[in-house]
Design a protein around this ligand. Structure first.
Ligand SMILES: [Zn+2]
Length: 278
């Protein structure tokens, strides 16, 4: 997971791209998903539908052609990591879309895909293939090639007014290996979580008091489970999904992170969490 797009600098870039989505919607309001001004909170017992869009360049694995079994495995992993959050995930639909331009698009605003995602109306065939972006509490996952070698995935950072029809997480197809934490990390952003090292040693870091404040980890230990040094001098082993740590150790959310996800899902995506059993 070297790197998740929402590094400190990149989260600013993402915010910029999110800002760009709004004016575009102004020019084509009928393309917008329901706005967050709708205050109905959907209760589906916390079960989030996943719509997986496999973008491919060709029929090879290197061309992004992931087996269906892997999609189910990824959702299974997601359920394991989110087991104490009040949310679970089901793979509702998946579709394979061969388009080399979309597969390799390097523009963070994804102009080419934006046209596809926001066009309307969808044909019945496209709907059957799961092309249509669903409600803003549905999770759209796009796997493709992310040309920047330092980025394995990116996600819209959930914020009021920024959720539109392009909403969804993008994962590099190379980061969809069994046990990879990339998808869970990006879904954390999708639910409004910051990195644990966000704002580093300033302003409470990520704003939560049960995550240790730390600086952005040096590149030499990104993706690893090597010990880190917190801002208070404490040495600790990284275990948080919202850190840049290895798949083997980035396995936990803190209680405050879980609570914030539940709060954000109600407030921003109007989706009620299910019960939490621990
Ligand atoms: Zn991130």
């Amino acid at each position: 997971m070297f790197n998740f797009r929402s590094s400190l600098a990149l989260i600013i870039a993402l915010a910029a791209s999110a800002v760009m989505a709004s004016p575009l919607n102004v020019t084509s309001p009928k393309n917008s998903a329901p706005t967050t001004s709708n205050t109905t909170v959907v209760d589906n017992k916390g079960v989030i539908s996943v719509f997986w869009h496999v973008i491919t360049a060709n029929d090879t694995r290197e061309g992004g052609n992931l087996p269906v079994s892997l999609l189910y495995d990824q959702v299974k992993d997601l359920n394991h990591l989110y087991r104490d959050t009040g949310f679970s995930f089901v793979l509702a639909e998946y579709g394979y879309h061969r388009n080399e331009d979309w597969f390799n698009e390097n523009d963070p605003t994804r102009t080419m895909m934006y046209e596809w995602q926001t066009k309307t109306p969808f044909t019945p065939k496209e709907k059957a293939e799961g092309l249509e972006t669903k409600e803003f509490y549905d999770l759209n996952v796009y796997t493709r090639n992310i040309p920047n070698p330092l980025i394995l995935g990116d996600s819209p950072f959930a914020a009021e007014g920024f959720i539109d029809r392009t909403d969804g997480v993008h994962i590099d197809y190379i980061a969809t290996t069994p046990g990879a934490v990339t998808l869970a990390h990006e879904v954390g952003h999708w639910m409004g979580l910051l990195h644990v090292f966000e704002f580093e040693c300033e302003n409470e870091g990520d704003g939560l008091t049960d995550t240790l404040m730390q600086k952005v980890p040096p590149q030499s230990i990104i993706m690893s489970c090597e010990p880190r040094v917190a801002c208070n001098g404490t040495t600790f082993l990284p275990n948080n999904v919202m850190d840049y740590a290895g798949d083997d150790c980035a396995r936990e959310f803190t209680p405050q992170q879980r609570a914030l996800m539940r709060e954000n899902m109600i407030k921003l995506r109007h989706f009620k969490p299910g019960p939490v059993f621990n």
